[in-house]
Design a protein around this ligand. Structure first.
Ligand SMILES: Cc1cc2nc3c(=O)[nH]c(=O)nc-3n(C[C@H](O)[C@H](O)[C@H](O)COP(=O)(O)OP(=O)(O)OC[C@H]3O[C@@H](n4cnc5c(N)ncnc54)[C@H](O)[C@@H]3O)c2cc1C
Length: 445
């Protein structure tokens, strides 16, 4: 099983799935693709030829130059790729950065092994003007582990540590399949109580931020309003909501909190009766740059504890599809705002029609019939998904302490601010580091 690319008729003029990515030469793979001969040759050149497109510069100078152009412009203006080849590259960066190649720097995607840089002989390692995700990959990070239920396993492990009776078992192996006893979460007399379905709607320092005597939190639960008092409070929800929860905060802090616009993401999961069509076509992962969902792949094989993945093509399996609503050509934060609107306004019917259409057209030649073979669809849409990471193409280089996330997360009386937003970094490590920092902000106050 290998990787493939699906070219759709709306963008490329004809529907065509090509397989063998990573196994056969690109010229051979693309020969069947609905692309001009020049576009085919340019894509193959970018993948396979080791050309120094920035001769005469040192590695550091090249990295600086690459940090100032989008990958799209690198391809067009520096590597001289024909514009007809760009739609093929357009969606390659969406999963990781939440925008297409028009809005991510060439330097950033170099760290993720995007093609075209092999002849530049760049020295390994991070560099100034690199975004946070790229920085992590440049210094040895990798996408290596996948829990069967995603990051939910991490939340289960945290809850188990706080309230052991709620999540029976021990260790990572049995966490994914452990049944959670929700009745244990909010029992009187426990040191830790977790109250679900409770939305904080107002948070204020009693006595004002300077002379705070504690915090009053108003929250809404099942249509009723409640109030709770606390010595300290950590706000760990989305930072851009905090100005509405704490209206008496300063204008400067509110503006800073509004700056970071969460990245919208959709993970769609489609249950299918079997994966014989994938097997027949020889692909487990398909990049579809012109389609509604730009990537789809069979659920990765993960065996952990009593959870085991399917092995036979005759067995039912999940297909994971990713959609990132982008508006190429605009700055990153504006694209995300439009993406939020898109996800909030799109009906499930629109998703379903696009999913059935895309799976049918991509896998039909392998015998797939959407009406017969799809058994369930789940669309998980996160209008507010990844935390925003500054983009060197659009954001200034702030002095230490002056970046919006640093101004925004300042302790406000007895209220501290966490969430991955307050680290301006998308991943779970940022969430954990920022939670630690927020608690320390209160302990030291
Ligand atoms: C699709 C997707 C895939 C991801 N994949 C990875 C990955 O592979 N690896 C990785 O490291 N990270 C991944 N992440 C990022 C990771 O999920 C985040 O870094 C992490 O969840 C951030 O944790 P947090 O506690 O800061 O915020 P969150 O997990 O966002 O938690 C904030 C919580 O606050 C609640 N909340 C908000 N407002 C209020 C309110 N007013 N009152 C009460 N509660 C409120 C929300 O409901 C939410 O439960 C992914 C994120 C997404 C969206």
């Amino acid at each position: 099983m290998g990787r493939g690319v699906f070219f759709n008729r709306e963008v490329f003029g004809a529907d065509k799935l090509v397989a063998g990515v990573g196994k056969r030469p690109w010229r051979e793979i693309l020969a069947a693709a609905p692309l001009t001969a020049r576009a085919q040759a340019d894509i193959a050149r970018i993948y396979e030829e080791a050309i120094d497109y920035l001769p005469g510069l040192t590695s550091a100078q090249k990295k600086d130059r690459l940090s100032r152009v989008s990958y799209r412009d690198f391809l067009l203006k520096i590597a001289g790729v024909d514009p007809a080849a760009i739609p093929y590259f357009q969606a390659m960066s969406q999963d990781e950065w939440g925008v297409g190649v028009d809005a991510v720097s060439a330097l950033d995607v170099w760290t993720f092994d995007f093609p075209g840089f092999q002849g530049l002989k760049l020295a390994p390692g991070s560099a100034p003007r690199m975004g946070n995700t790229a920085d992590g990959y440049a210094d040895g990070g990798s996408y290596t582990f996948h829990f069967p239920d995603g990051n939910a396993t991490i939340a289960r492990l945290l809850v188990r540590k706080l309230i052991p009776a709620a999540v029976p078992g021990r260790g990572v192996e049995d966490a994914a399949t452990a049944g959670v006893d929700y009745a244990q979460l909010d029992k009187p007399g426990q040191n830790v109580r977790v109250r679900l379905s409770s939305i904080a709607v107002g948070v204020r320092n009693i006595g004002g931020p300077e002379a705070s005597r504690g915090v009053e939190i108003a929250y809404s639960r099942r249509g009723e309003l409640f109030r709770v008092h606390a010595k300290d409070c950590v706000l760990a929800g989305y930072n851009m909501m905090i100005p509405y929860l704490c209206p008496d905060m300063s204008r400067a802090q509110k503006d800073a909190l509004h700056y970071l616009v969460k990245i919208p993401l959709v993970y769609t999961t489609v249950a299918i009766r079997n994966w014989r069509a994938f097997k027949a076509l020889g692909v487990s992962e398909i990049y579809a740059p012109g389609c509604y969902h730009a990537t789809m792949r069979l659920n990765p094989v993960v065996d952990i504890g009593s959870y085991t993945s399917v092995r036979s093509p005759d067995d039912p399996i999940l297909v994971r599809m990713v959609r990132v609503p982008c508006t190429p050509g605009l700055d990153e934060r504006t694209q995300h705002r439009l993406g939020h609107a898109d996800l909030l306004a799109t009906s499930l019917e629109t998703f379903e029609r696009n999913i059935r259409d895309q799976l049918g057209r991509t896998l039909g030649p392998g015998g797939f019939d959407p009406a017969r073979d799809i058994t369930a669809i789940t669309v998980n849409r996160w209008p507010h998904g990844y935390a925003y990471e500054y983009n060197p193409l659009f954001d200034p280089q702030w002095k230490p302490g002056q970046a919006p996330h640093e101004i925004g997360r300042a302790r406000f009386g007895r209220i501290a601010i966490a969430n991955s937003d307050s680290g301006a970094a998308a991943y779970t490590d940022s969430a954990i580091d920022q939670a630690w920092r927020a608690v320390n902000d209160l302990m030291q106050a």
